[in-house]
Design a binder for this molecule. Structure first.
Ligand SMILES: Cc1cc2nc3c(=O)[nH]c(=O)nc-3n(C[C@H](O)[C@H](O)[C@H](O)COP(=O)(O)OP(=O)(O)OC[C@H]3O[C@@H](n4cnc5c(N)ncnc54)[C@H](O)[C@@H]3O)c2cc1C
Length: 411
């Protein structure tokens, strides 16, 4: 069977529409924010315009108010949206909400969909996801937060959570807690919808991080909160996906989050490389434009190579998703590669901008400090490489070649 690299015309068209949307509306709106425009007012205006053009929830089925795009078209769209920090927000496609919306769509009861999902789909509310604890992150099966049934009406939760992104901007939280300590490790946890603000879910602080933050970061959901969970009463009807289903649902949710981070990394790297190219074609040193120096061309070439590999990886994963094929190995490989790729490209763009790159007069410095987290979130590098490596060995043992674990089904 031939390999078909043709992107369907409809997918190309929607990508072009979103590209223009980001360039003509979102990037200029960033400047309005910097100039002091009210965030909520600006976002409402931007969302109103986006929605009027049919640009809303790209990956959500049409019957739920989304654009109904498949994995490939969505990947192309997200690879544009990530160029601006207002891109995904403008189309109600921002993390961490997006992956949680998918969870509720797949596992929510009719009541949960009506009461909790609808306002999320409408962009009236935001949702955060509280899994990680100080006690456990990469190995989430070490979570200590307990949920104990109190009669038939409620569960009562006690424990702590750490690094819940956007909690201080959220109206709802999906909280994971242990319901059965005696069950097999992956069936001990359940997921609960918690309405915020809530006296049992106390945001102790937004954790200061290495990421450069502007005055609006936390309103926009850039904060990561530390939370005390104390005698938190949750109605039993807010249990999502049944007792013991929390871990598997969480992994499914993270799988989309990883891909979205990767897609946005490509967009950011593309914008950084464009900025680098623009700068070197204008800046002269020692009597020559930077762009005429081979050393500079090599730097740009290395970035372009990585960006190309990254794009192909994501398109291949999108292809696998379109055809319902297993893509876990590729997703882990891409998750690690894309996190390093964006780091390298933004770092190179900073280098080529000189002191201007180090300043806060371009977004590069802020991006640089934010993207360090990409090697940690949704599973750190080492955990993914561990899984990928185990699959390499398994493939060799089962097939006498490692090809299947190294993109071999492309052959
Ligand atoms: C910016 C940011 C946003 C986040 N948002 C959320 C959120 O919204 N909701 C949420 O629930 N969580 C969130 N997290 C938490 C994130 O998922 C965890 O940080 C991540 O899973 C790693 O867990 P940990 O930090 O506890 O590291 P640990 O589990 O303590 O691991 C520490 C380090 O040990 C190494 N390591 C771990 N296991 C292995 C292994 N098997 N082999 C080799 N090395 C290993 C890795 O280098 C790892 O970085 C966020 C984190 C960050 C930084």
């Amino acid at each position: 069977m031939a390999i078909d690299f043709e992107i369907p015309a409809e997918a190309k068209a929607i990508r072009e529409t979103v590209r223009q949307w980001v360039q003509d509306e979102c990037i200029p709106a960033e400047k309005e924010l910097e100039a002091g425009r009210d965030y909520k007012e600006l976002l409402a205006e931007l969302r109103g315009k986006a929605r009027a053009r049919g640009l809303w929830l790209p990956f959500i089925p049409k019957e739920h108010g989304g654009m109904g795009l498949g994995p490939l078209a969505n990947a192309l769209v997200q690879m544009e949206l990530g160029q601006s920090h207002l891109g995904a927000l403008s189309m109600n496609s921002q993390g961490p909400d997006d992956a949680t919306i998918l969870t509720l769509l797949a596992h929510g009861t009719d009541h949960q969909k009506e009461k909790f999902l609808k306002p999320l789909l409408n962009g009236e509310k935001r949702v955060c996801y509280s899994m990680t604890e100080k006690a456990a992150g990469a190995d989430a099966t070490g979570m200590q937060t307990r949920a104990v049934k109190d009669g038939n009406e409620n569960y009562v939760l006690n424990g702590e959570k750490w690094f819940s992104s956007a909690a201080s901007a959220a109206d709802l939280a999906l909280v994971m807690a242990m319901t059965d300590p005696d069950a097999p490790r992956h069936q001990r946890y359940s997921t609960f919808i918690v309405e915020l603000p809530n006296p049992g879910y106390r945001i102790k602080r937004d954790i200061p991080t290495m990421a450069l933050e502007g005055p609006l970061s936390h309103i926009m959901g850039g904060g990561h909160s530390e939370i005390e969970i104390k005698d938190l009463v949750v109605p039993a009807e807010n249990l999502v996906g049944g007792e013991g289903g929390g871990f598997n649902m969480g992994q499914h949710r993270l799988a989309y989050g990883r891909l979205r981070h990767g897609m946005h990394n490509i967009a950011m790297a593309q914008r950084a490389l464009d900025m680098a190219a623009e700068h070197v074609t204008k800046r002269s040193t020692f009597g020559k434009l930077l762009s005429e120096r081979q050393a500079v061309q090599f730097m740009l070439a290395d970035c372009a190579s990585e960006l190309y590999m990254a794009r192909l990886m994501l398109l291949h994963i999108a292809y696998k998703a379109e055809h319902g094929l297993d893509m876990r190995q590729e997703n882990s490989i891409a998750k690690v590669f894309l996190a390093h790729m964006v780091h390298k490209v933004v770092d190179t763009a900073i280098q080529l901008h000189g002191a201007l790159g180090y300043s806060r007069d371009t977004p590069l410095a802020s991006w640089y400090t934010h993207i360090r987290s990409q090697r940690l979130v949704d599973g750190p590098d080492e955990v993914h490489r561990w899984t990928v490596g185990r699959n390499v060995i398994k493939a060799y043992q089962q097939h006498g070649t490692t090809a299947l674990a190294a993109g071999g089904d492309l052959l």
